[in-house]
Design a protein around this ligand. Structure first.
Ligand SMILES: NC(=O)c1ccc[n+]([C@@H]2O[C@H](COP(=O)([O-])OP(=O)(O)OC[C@H]3O[C@@H](n4cnc5c(N)ncnc54)[C@H](O)[C@@H]3O)[C@@H](O)[C@H]2O)c1
Length: 439
């Protein structure tokens, strides 16, 4: 075990129970609306790239907001974060916490809100603990990686609402004035009744794969995986959940609901590391009205370098089309100036805390995340998945056994239709017949 791992994380002792247990006994801070002018204090949990960015965004949103405490699994990530924040604020050693229970140390402090920016696997437990501790929350997307986590987020969201706590999710677009004005006009009928929609997150594949694989030597598996978390589905949920959630969230927002069913597909061609698919395509079914019983939404997400890129949304109505962000065919380009949405998210949260009128985006982000999860379930299995099946599912993406020797860490890549047996004209390998194929 490395020094970085010595506080709270053990190779064989990893468990979700450890996280929850670490939060037990955290005292509930005094809930209050922050009177105008009072400085707000923030604790950052997950002091990596986005967490550090979010900390700066929050301080840019309001000069009277200060990041006062940091938590991370790794000391070097804390050090880098402190260095990057130094131009704005210096954080004392005694408020920098390292280890698996670091988040609970931050929650014990008198901070007004916490930024949750760890890999998504940890989000439900951290959100639950933050609400229990009486903190307002800014949480990065996605909300969870599996249905068990989604239910926990929904419960925490309800508890936050009952306690007057705000939760803002880092979906950005819901705080972007171009999106807000466009969606408002769509809701006001600018393109008539909505008939269909499309959304896309097609981007490059993961970088530095060879280096990541080489770096494995000498590192505990757990640390190695967490440092490359976006490659592993137990940590990220796969990229349809981790990344494409942004676009799906816009569609849910425009349609005002979530899908009832999905048929999705996907596969893996190019990745060398991790256990995720390279691409997914999903056909979501949303409820329509009595004349048109369903609205179909096509979604695509791909992470393969050298392919056509596209990150966008498109909604088709009876009388027009819109990109959901500043253009409607029946109106033209909208003249909307938006401050950076990364900053606006915090400005909106801070305003809500100061006014004592909490915003609560837990349900929105939980539902959008579950859309990605249900599509992933469908793509992996080759079967249609309904909303109810996904919502009730006991699927829980647990960490692999970190005691595995490196050569045994090969993960199973799901093979759609594997349950139906071998392909026609041949026998599938033994592993595929059982569940999937070894990576
Ligand atoms: N909204 C956006 O535009 C946007 C952009 C990038 C990332 N994100 C999201 O932000 C989150 C973090 O992404 P990132 O790019 O900053 O990753 P990152 O790896 O740079 O940072 C994550 C940090 O969390 C730490 N960490 C891991 N497990 C922890 C635990 N149990 N307790 C405390 N700290 C822990 C890691 O050591 C790391 O420093 C992800 O959910 C990602 O999807 C959102």
């Amino acid at each position: 075990m490395s020094d970085r791992m010595s506080r709270g994380v053990s190779r064989g002792g990893w468990s979700r129970a450890a996280i929850v247990g670490a939060a037990a006994g955290v005292s509930v801070s005094r809930l209050r609306a922050a009177e105008p002018g009072r400085a707000l204090k923030i604790g950052l949990i997950g002091s990596g790239a986005r967490g550090t960015g979010a900390a700066l965004d929050a301080m840019n949103a309001d000069p009277n907001v200060r990041v006062v405490a940091l938590a991370d699994l790794f000391a070097d990530r804390i050090a880098r974060c402190r260095e990057q924040l130094l131009a704005r604020i210096s954080i004392e050693d005694k408020y920098c916490f390292v280890g698996l229970d670091a988040f609970s140390k931050v929650l014990e402090l008198d901070v007004d809100y916490v930024i949750l920016a760890t890999p998504p696997h940890f989000r439900p437990d951290h959100l639950e603990a933050a609400v229990e501790a009486g903190k307002h929350v800014f949480m990065e997307k996605p909300a969870a990686v599996d249905p068990v986590g989604i239910r926990k987020v929904l419960a925490a969201g309800e508890k936050a609402a009952s306690r007057g706590l705000a939760i803002v999710a880092g979906t950005q677009r819901r705080h972007h004035k171009g999106y807000i004005e466009t969606v408002r006009r769509i809701h006001d009928g600018a393109i008539g009744r909505i008939l269909a929609a499309q959304c896309y997150w097609n981007q490059e594949g993961p970088r530095n794969e060879a280096r990541f694989l080489e770096n494995r030597t000498g590192r505990p598996d757990f640390e190695w995986m967490i440092r490359g978390w976006y490659r592993w589905r137990w940590l990220s949920g796969d990229h349809i959940v981790e990344q494409h959630v942004h676009n799906i969230d816009v569609i849910n927002w425009v349609l005002g609901t979530h899908p009832t069913r999905v048929v999705a597909m996907g596969s893996r061609h190019r990745r060398l590391s991790g256990d995720q698919y390279d691409w997914f395509a999903a056909d979501f079914v949303y409820p329509g009205d009595k004349n048109h019983q369903e609205i179909r939404v096509l979604s695509q997400c791909r992470q393969i370098t050298g392919c056509t890129k596209d990150i966008s949304e498109r909604v088709v109505g009876e009388t027009g089309v819109s990109n959901c962000n500043g253009w409607i065919s029946t109106v033209g380009k909208l003249d909307v100036k938006s401050p950076p949405e990364y900053v606006q998210e915090h400005a909106d949260l801070i305003a809500a805390i100061r006014a004592g009128k909490p915003i609560n985006e837990a349900r929105n982000i939980a539902e959008s995340t579950l859309c990605g999860i249900m599509a992933r379930m469908s793509a992996y299995s080759g079967k249609a998945v309904t909303w109810d099946q996904a919502m009730k599912s006991d699927e829980k993406l647990s960490p692999p056994d970190v005691k595995l020797a490196p050569e045994n860490l090969k993960s199973l890549i799901p093979v759609p239709g594997a349950e139906a047996g071998p392909p026609r004209g041949g026998r599938a390998p033994a592993a595929a017949r059982k569940k999937g194929v070894a990576n």
